[in-house]
Write a protein that binds this ligand. Structure first.
Ligand SMILES: Cc1ncc(COP(=O)(O)O)c(CN[C@@H](CCCC(=O)O)C(=O)O)c1O
Length: 388
């Protein structure tokens, strides 16, 4: 049978993260590739007890079709957490689906879409299906440069996609002043903002900075996720959108999957309704702070001269820059042959990006193995620098 692919399907590419995860399934591989939360962070007992309550008291609701916008008590819980009206909250099948719905509703072929440099490759993949023209916005250690948002760059742009907290892949965090400047500049240009915030609850010191949405409620669509605060296997995210856009996103979701699985929504609601996250997240933050410290110490001990990296105050990622001339993509096969893995940085750029960068996820590998994994990487980079 000869299938004729749609033009947009021909634009599809694989997720570098998903492809690398396939080859790193061997138990001897120490993988710093996937941004997979630590299994130690899953509140298994609480979720198990919640499931007894769900199937004991609400089986019919859990196993039945539900409203596209989501399970009302869970929407109310999200709304209360963000200080918004539940009518603006939609539960999605992971925040990855929220990215897809925004692409469906806001992007035409050729639409300019502004993105950070670098940015989350899963967002590039989700948006690419709708054939935008990506416009990379100049950034510094604090995030996108507001002054880079020229009227010309913003002309006709459908939105700018940003992550203010512990950005994937760089781990950087946007200070308050930068947040205020960015939303003010975007508002002045009439440029909608998509704020993707799966790591906002993972500041090691527990500090919260105001979301971009709270600074500009009518100009920002906020994306949140239960993946990093409960468990990614539940496939639960949410979006908070201004009324002018919300209805269209609901229609797009109706067409996509009717609604997010009822079982997962009721499980999550029963798990968080009595305030679990207020204590659970303290232990997750402490675990991840320890993982980060172990990784930073190992990098200091094993990386050859000329390799540099950031020191995140939260989240799950460290961004490494190799000496010019080294290509992290070309070195990946040799790394996997040494039973260690990472995600080459070029995949996180909308256009051509520096090939001497790579992302290390430090929360999944047990601390005892971080030293060995980083030592393997250090030996590989040293050999590459020596021309071996
Ligand atoms: C900025 C950002 N936005 C959305 C997502 C998707 O999270 P959901 O689990 O769909 O809520 C993510 C998750 N990214 C992880 C998970 C990918 C895991 C995988 O593809 O197996 C990563 O970058 O490794 C993200 O970092």
């Amino acid at each position: 049978m000869n299938f004729i692919l749609a033009r947009r399907a021909r634009a599809l590419t694989s997720s570098a993260i998903r492809e690398i995860l396939k080859v790193t399934e061997r138990p001897e591989v120490i993988s710093f590739a996937g941004g997979l939360p630590s299994p130690q962070s899953f509140p298994v007992d609480e979720i198990a007890r919640a499931s007894v309550r769900v199937f004991g008291r609400q089986a019919a609701t859990a196993l039945q079709y539900g409203p596209t916008e989501g399970y009302a008590p869970l929407r109310e819980w999200v709304a209360a957490r963000h200080g918004v009206d539940a009518a603006q909250v939609m539960i999605t099948t992971g925040s990855q689906q929220a990215l897809d719905l925004l692409g469906k509703v806001l992007i035409d072929a050729g639409s300019p879409v502004l993105v950070e440099t670098p940015t989350y490759l899963g967002a590039l993949q989700a948006f690419a299906l709708y054939e935008p023209v990506f416009c990379a916005v100049d950034c510094d250690a604090d995030g996108p440069l507001p002054q880079a948002l020229s009227a010309g760059l913003a002309a006709g742009a459908r939105f700018i996609y940003v992550q203010p907290n512990f950005q994937n892949p760089t781990g950087r965090r946007m200070p308050l002043a930068r947040r205020q400047e960015l939303v003010a500049r975007a508002a002045a240009l009439g440029l909608p903002v998509v704020e993707d915030d799966p790591y906002g609850e993972l500041a090691y010191d527990g500090e919260h900075l105001p979301s971009l949405r709270s600074l500009a409620p009518n100009g920002v669509v906020y994306l949140g996720s239960f993946s990093k605060v409960l468990a990614p296997g539940l496939r639960l995210g949410y979006l908070i959108a201004p009324p002018a856009l919300f209805g269209k996103l609901v229609q797009a979701k109706q067409a996509s999957d009717l609604h997010t699985p009822s079982v997962a929504q009721l499980l999550a609601w029963e798990t968080v309704r009595d305030g679990l996250l207020d204590t659970h997240l303290d232990s997750v933050r402490a675990l991840y702070a320890g993982q980060c410290a172990a990784m930073l110490g190992a990098l200091e001990r094993h990386m050859p001269a000329g390799v540099s990296w950031n020191r995140p105050q939260g989240g799950m990622f460290i961004w490494l820059t190799l000496p010019a001339g080294l290509d992290a993509g070309a070195l990946l096969d040799a790394a996997v042959a040494r039973n260690v893995a990472y995600v080459p940085g070029a995949a996180f750029y909308a256009g051509e990006g520096p090939v001497n960068t790579l992302r290390l996820a430090f929360v999944t590998v047990p601390q005892a193995l971080i030293e060995e994994g980083v030592a393997r990487l250090g030996a590989l980079f040293a050999a590459a620098l020596a021309g071996d």
